[in-house]
Design a binder for this molecule. Structure first.
Ligand code: GLU
Length: 411
């Protein structure tokens, strides 16, 4: 199954729980708009580069389209469609007044200079400018994009339409960004697993974690989880993995990564392959990198009690079925990593009101959103009967989007 088919497979489980009239399925599955743009830029050496960019706007019945932009060589329309749909369900589940969208450029950003990346981003902004805006569609960072990329989009958009920081979120704190946004996805993941573990009479403190990915989400998650007593026994990034069954010293690891650019060769750790990392024994496995890393090939070997989906779409449909059969609890991406878009919402609120909240205020409100989403999810699971947390999350989100669609009418 492709990523989009996988997302629809999960949606179907939600439709079944709700016994939804089939006419809603087409309505809720079909994206509202798909943009595909050619991005021709001049490289630093005078040659011409040509890239393809996408923006898929899935649903806006609950509010403006919202979702990140990723720069990756494997970005394609199917993946963007899947990720845009996931945003619709994520924003509904976490209770922020947005719909769902996603975009990306098929490019390896590490092969471009900063100037080339800037030209590419500005060209992309020009190509989609008519279709985005603070009340229409609000991009944000995702894989390989960051505050710097958001600043270029904000600037390019504002040249055309005037000063408008609310057109993107995830901006640098000194350029109308929000305190706490950078750490928000990792922090939200920690609140999610804390709530799930506590409901089962367990604790983050003393639980063992294995984390795939040490980018924005993985590294903040490790730092914050370590601070509250989690034992992180293995971590990986694109260059390789490391483990120490007694627990890694995360603050020292962060220093090592700042110095060397990777987790590999961290003193006091042993190397571990990516395949072995995903099947290493732990309480909680945290995929925090690419999609579709847990598949029918490795799902039966996973040696964890919980899977915390910090990445978007890390499990294939087949892997998800295997985890359900094996009683491994998947905490679905649309809940687990919703902290990012939640603080994006806070940033947008601050931008539109010209306010600046303190970091404590942001974190407190983020915690409130995650805790109340977990409560609603637990209640839904109890009322839906025997179903996975993912199926319940989709059903709950579908219900909310359906209600908004019904109230607005089909026109
Ligand atoms: N890219 C993040 C996600 O997948 C954040 C999106 C946003 O803040 O709009 O949830």
């Amino acid at each position: 199954m492709t990523p989009y088919q996988t997302t629809n497979y999960f949606l179907e489980q939600g439709f079944e729980i709700l016994k939804l009239d089939p006419r809603y399925k087409t309505l809720l599955v079909t994206p509202s708009r798909e943009l595909r743009v050619e991005l021709v830029i001049e490289n630093d050496d005078g040659s011409i580069g040509n890239y393809i960019g996408y923006r898929v706007q899935h649903d806006n019945s609950r509010g403006p389209f919202k979702g990140g932009l990723r720069y990756h060589p494997e970005v394609d329309i199917d993946e963007v469609r899947s990720l845009a749909s996931l945003m619709t369900w994520k924003t509904a589940l976490i209770g922020v007044p947005y719909g769902g969208a996603k975009g990306g450029i098929q490019v390896d950003p590490y092969k471009l200079s900063q100037r080339e990346l800037e030209r590419l981003t500005r060209r992309f902004t020009d190509q989609i400018a008519e279709f985005i805006g603070p009340e229409t569609d609000i991009p944000a960072p995702d894989m390989n994009t960051n505050g710097r990329v958001m600043s270029w989009i904000f600037d390019q958009y504002s040249r055309r339409y005037g000063f408008n920081p609310g057109v993107v979120t995830g901006k640098p704190v000194d350029l109308h960004g929000s305190l706490g946004r950078e750490a928000a996805t990792g922090r939200g993941c920690l609140f999610a697993i804390r709530e799930v573990l506590n409901a089962a009479g367990k604790n983050v403190s003393g639980s063992t974690f294995v984390v795939q990915g040490f980018g924005n989400v993985g590294s903040f998650f490790c730092r914050l989880a370590h601070e509250v007593g989690a034992k992180i026994t293995a971590v990986s990034d694109v260059r390789g993995g490391i483990q120490n069954t007694n627990g890694l010293d995360i603050p020292k690891l962060v220093e090592h990564v700042q110095k060397t650019g990777s987790v590999v060769e961290f003193p006091g750790s042993e190397p571990i392959s990516n395949a072995d990392l995903l099947t290493a024994p732990c309480d909680v496995l945290v995929p925090a990198a690419l999609g579709h890393v847990l598949t029918s090939d490795n799902a039966s070997k996973v040696n964890a009690k919980y899977i915390l989906e910090a990445a978007n779409g890390p499990c294939t449909a087949e892997a998800d079925d295997i985890f359900n059969q094996r009683g491994i609890v998947c905490i679905p991406d649309i809940f687990a990593n919703a902290g990012g878009v939640t603080v994006s919402y806070f940033e947008w609120v601050q931008n539109t009101q010209h306010l600046k909240w303190t970091e404590d205020e942001v974190n407190r409100r983020l915690e409130e959103h995650m805790v109340s989403a977990h409560k609603a999810l637990a209640k839904a699971m109890a009322s839906y009967g025997d179903c996975s947390m993912r199926a319940a999350a989709f059903a709950l989100a579908i219900q909310r989007v359906k209600e908004a669609t019904d109230m607005r009418g089909l026109g």
